[in-house]
Design a protein around this ligand. Structure first.
Ligand SMILES: Cc1cc2nc3c(=O)[nH]c(=O)nc-3n(C[C@H](O)[C@H](O)[C@H](O)COP(=O)(O)OP(=O)(O)OC[C@H]3O[C@@H](n4cnc5c(N)ncnc54)[C@H](O)[C@@H]3O)c2cc1C
Length: 288
C-alpha cells in the first residue's frame, strides 16, 4: 500500500476529500469511526438562493428572538421547569453548536451530568474555511466545475468551486482544510484575500484581475460557533454522540448536528435531531 501521506497527490486527496468531509486534519481523525456514519443515497444538491429556502418555511409563525445568545440555563426541580436567562419554560431544546458547549458560553445549573460533559469534551470540532471571490471577468474554464490545486502548505486553498453554472456572476469559491483552515480563520480580510489570490496567481498567472468583492468565513473565531462541525477525533466513541439522545432531568432536550452520530456534520443531521427532540417531547406530553 503506497504511503498516501508522503505522496503529494495522495496528500491532496486526503485534504480535499477526507479533511473537507470530516472537518479536521488527518492526524486528528478517528480511523475507526470516521466513516461509520450514514449517507443518503441520492445526488447532492446546491441551493443557489441559500438555506433560507429551507429555514424560512420551518420558522414561519415561531417566536424567534435573534441576537440574544443564551447565557444561563437553570433547572428548577421543585417547579418542574427550566429558567433560560431568567425566563420560565416547561422544556428546553438546546440546539447551540458543540463549540458553544465546549467553550462554556452557557452556564448550566446544576452542572450537566458527567456523561454529557465528557461527550462535549470527547467529540472533535474542526474548521473548514471558505472564501468567495467575485471578478469582472472569468479567467478560468467556465465549463470546469471544480479545480483541485496542489498547494503548500497542504490544505491551503487547494480546492475551488466554479460558481458560474449556478449564478450569473463570475465567482470562484476557495476552500481551506485541516490545520490550515484555523490559520486562514485568523487572517484579516485583506490578508485572506491576498493569500487566496497568491494561490490563484500561481496557477492562472500574475496578470489575473483583482476581485471586485470578497466574502469569507471564520467559523473557529466566531463566539456563536467556535468551529465548523463535529467529527469523531481519535478516541471519540459513537456513544459520545449518543449521550445527547437523553434529556437532562426530563426537561432539557438536545438537537443539532453533533447530537446525531449517523448524520453528524450535516444539515439533514441537524434537522433530524430537531425532529427527534420534538417527537420525544410531544409523546411525553400527550402520553397518559
Ligand atoms: C464550510 C461548511 C460546509 C458545509 N457543507 C455542508 C454540506 O455540503 N452539506 C450539509 O448537509 N452540511 C454541510 N455543512 C454542515 C451544516 O451546515 C451543519 O451541520 C448545520 O448547519 C448544523 O446545524 P445546527 O442547527 O446543528 O447548528 P447551527 O446551524 O450552527 O445553528 C446553531 C445556532 O445556535 C446559535 N447560537 C450559538 N450560541 C447560542 C447561544 N448561546 N444562545 C442561543 N443561540 C446560540 C447560532 O447563532 C446558530 O444560529 C457545512 C458546514 C460548514 C461550516
Amino acid at each position: 500500500m503506497p504511503d498516501l501521506l508522503a505522496d503529494p497527490w495522495g496528500r491532496w486527496i486526503l485534504a480535499s476529500v477526507t479533511e473537507f468531509d470530516i472537518g479536521a486534519s488527518i492526524d486528528k481523525i478517528s480511523a475507526r469511526n470516521a466513516y461509520a456514519d450514514l449517507v443518503f443515497p441520492k445526488d447532492d444538491v446546491i441551493l443557489p438562493e441559500g438555506y433560507d429556502q429551507i429555514l424560512a418555511p420551518l420558522a414561519e409563525g415561531l417566536d424567534i428572538r435573534l441576537n440574544r445568545p443564551v447565557k444561563r440555563v437553570e433547572f428548577d426541580e421543585d417547579e418542574d421547569g427550566v429558567y433560560v436567562d431568567g425566563e420560565w419554560a416547561d422544556y428546553v431544546v438546546c440546539a447551540v453548536p458543540l463549540g458553544v458547549l465546549k467553550a462554556g458560553e452557557i452556564r448550566f445549573e446544576p452542572a450537566l451530568p458527567a456523561r454529557m460533559r465528557e461527550a462535549v469534551e470527547n467529540i472533535g470540532l474542526g474548521s473548514v474555511t471558505k472564501i468567495a471571490l467575485k471578478f469582472e471577468t472569468a479567467f478560468w474554464d467556465e465549463d470546469t466545475q471544480y479545480f483541485g490545486l496542489q498547494t503548500a502548505p497542504v490544505g491551503r486553498w487547494g480546492y475551488w468551486v466554479n460558481y458560474t453554472p449556478f449564478v450569473d456572476e463570475n465567482i470562484l469559491l476557495g476552500l481551506s482544510f485541516g490545520d490550515y483552515a484555523f490559520q486562514a480563520d485568523g487572517l484579516s480580510d485583506a490578508d485572506i484575500t491576498r493569500d487566496a489570490m497568491e494561490v490563484l496567481r500561481n496557477v492562472w498567472g500574475t496578470d489575473i484581475p483583482q476581485p471586485t468583492a470578497m466574502l469569507r468565513t471564520k467559523w473557529s473565531q466566531d463566539p456563536l460557533f467556535h468551529g465548523a462541525y463535529s467529527y469523531p477525533k481519535t478516541g471519540t466513541q459513537i456513544a459520545d454522540f449518543e449521550a445527547f439522545e437523553d434529556p437532562v432531568l426530563d426537561r432539557l432536550f438536545w438537537a443539532g448536528e453533533h447530537t446525531l452520530f449517523d448524520y453528524h456534520g450535516t444539515t439533514h443531521g441537524a434537522l433530524l435531531s430537531g425532529r427527534r427532540a420534538a417527537h420525544i417531547l410531544v409523546e411525553w406530553e400527550t402520553s397518559p
